[in-house]
Write a protein that binds this ligand. Structure first.
Ligand SMILES: [Zn+2]
Ligand SMILES: [Zn+2]
Length: 395
């Protein structure tokens, strides 16, 4: 049986159909192997391509990163340079300001030294003080400020206020204070103790005068001491001080500005009063000022003993003006020259009003007036004669 099986097996093995089957299987295996090899190679190629692609992308990315890094570095460098430039500019600016400040301080020191020299030894007024300060240089001058160095609108006035850098006259605003100066007109009428109040304010003013004037005299020779009794806030208690020299005024300014008096800090200003006659209300002392306490011209206290009185000064100025006026006339007929008013014609209480002076001068004035008109008519007659003569000569 076993032998038969082996023989059968060999017979089957050697049979052509088996051999053909074997051959077919071998071919199939070879084909499969080839296909597998081709697939593997294709995969290999695909992988290589993908790898190459990836390498390319990676390289591009690397390049981009490198470029970005470079750009960032460039930007940082630019910012650094700009910052350095800015720092340099700031430093230069700081240095420039520092230099300017130093120069300013040097100039200030120089000016201060010049002022000290001027106060100590006199001589020419330092140049830097010969300036004027203007509030509205392009506007017309304020008529009140030009006359009284004060204005109800203070420095917000729409007109121009011109202040000198230095002068002989100083103004200390609201220096003298008294409760009655703060009162309104209606308060005054309601107050029964008017006479007492008048006496009280006079006593108070005299005390103020005797307290302040000796101090002012330590700075130099005092010319005028004028205190306003107006109630308007821009004039109330204002004190004008005129010295004989700008040197003394400057000394006083240096000594008083910023000092304290009666619990208040005082400020001193250089002012220009072209004419006291134009600044002081001419009818206040005769109690005939129609504007009363709201008058914009100076209503002043009478100084004890008329010392440093503005009225004496105004009187002298008026007399001088009259003298100049007379001297400037060229009368042909001069046998009766006009005379200036006599001493007793002048009332300190009514200094400037021409009306009151004519009244006070009464007969003498009227006489003088008639003499003057006579002289005028004579003069005009004389001129007519002259003209007639000339006409005749010409023909
Ligand atoms: Zn004004
Ligand atoms: Zn007045």
């Amino acid at each position: 049986m076993h032998y038969n099986s082996v023989v059968e097996f060999e017979r089957l093995q050697n049979s052509p159909s088996y051999q053909a089957l074997l051959e077919e299987k071998l071919n199939r295996d070879r084909q499969k192997e080839l296909e597998e090899k081709q697939i593997h190679e294709a995969r290999e190629r695909e992988w290589l391509r993908a790898e190459k692609e990836a390498q390319k992308v990676f390289l591009e990315l690397q390049q981009k990163l490198a470029l970005a890094k470079e750009e960032r570095a460039r930007q940082n460098e630019k910012i650094r340079l700009e910052w350095e430039e800015e720092q340099k500019r700031r430093e230069e600016l700081r240095q420039q300001k520092e230099n300017e400040l130093q120069e300013q301080l040097r100039q200030q020191e120089l000016s201060k030294a010049k002022v000290e020299d001027f106060i100590e030894y006199g001589g020419d007024t330092p140049d830097h003080l010969k300036t004027t300060l203007e509030t509205n240089p392009n506007k017309p001058p304020c008529p009140f400020f030009s006359k009284t160095a004060t204005c109800r609108f203070f420095d917000v006035c729409s007109r121009n206020h011109v202040r000198p850098g230095i002068s002989k006259i100083l103004l200390i605003p609201n220096f003298f204070s008294h409760y009655s100066l703060e009162k309104t007109e209606s308060d005054r009428f309601a107050d029964a103790g008017l006479e007492f109040e008048r006496h009280e304010i006079k006593t108070c003013y005299d005390e103020f005068f005797y307290d302040v004037v000796p101090e002012l005299e330590t700075f130099g020779e005092l010319g005028l001491f004028v205190t306003c009794c107006n109630k308007e806030s821009h004039l109330r208690g204002n004190v004008f001080i005129e010295f004989h020299s700008t040197q003394a005024a400057l000394k006083c300014y240096r000594g008083l500005n910023g000092r304290w008096y009666a619990g208040r800090q005082i400020s001193v200003q250089f002012v220009n009063i072209p004419s006291w006659n134009s600044a002081v209300c001419g009818v206040h002392f005769s109690n005939r000022c129609p504007k009363g306490s709201s008058c914009n011209f100076l209503h002043t206290f009478r100084n004890p003993g008329n010392s440093f009185s503005v009225y004496n000064k105004m009187k002298k100025d008026t007399e001088q003006r009259q003298r100049n006026h007379l001297e400037s006339r060229n009368w042909r007929w001069s046998e009766s020259p006009e005379t200036s008013p006599k001493e007793d014609d002048w009332e300190v209480d009514a200094p400037r009003s021409s009306r009151s002076r004519v009244k006070n001068g009464s007969k003498r004035k009227r006489r003088s007036h008639s003499r003057e008109s006579e002289r005028r008519s004579r003069s005009s007659r004389h001129k007519k004669d002259e003209r007639r003569k000339r006409k005749r000569r010409d023909t």
